[in-house]
Design a protein around this ligand. Structure first.
Ligand SMILES: [Zn+2]
Length: 105
């Protein structure tokens, strides 16, 4: 199973909080290797027997955005495709879509 190393550090951080929220939200970039079902299984495994066991896990997918370095068009990559839809050049800069962070606490 593909484990997300950042999930463990997020959980460690949450466990240090003085009060535990009923729910938390994690923002995940569209371009990250992410499988929600596996991620939830991993979460459930890590929070079992902790004060977070009852915490609801919300996941927000962050829409990817890239910018072409040739014509500077900003676009949403389709199927993780990186070629620019306007001029066809590759090597776009990723503006969004690689996030993975705790969004609300
Ligand atoms: Zn372009």
């Amino acid at each position: 199973m593909h484990k997300n190393p950042r999930l463990s550090s997020i959980i460690n951080h949450l466990l240090k909080q003085p009060a535990h929220k009923a729910s938390i939200q994690i923002a995940v970039g569209e371009l990250t290797e992410f499988n929600e079902e596996q991620f939830r299984q991993q979460w459930n495994g890590l929070v079992a027997q902790t004060p977070l066991a009852q915490t609801k896990l919300n996941i927000r997918i962050v829409r990817a955005e890239q910018q072409c370095m040739v014509c500077f068009l900003k676009y949403h990559p389709q199927q993780k495709e990186t070629a620019c839809p306007q001029c066809g050049s590759v090597g776009a800069k990723i503006l969004a879509g690689e996030e993975f962070y705790l969004e609300s606490i």
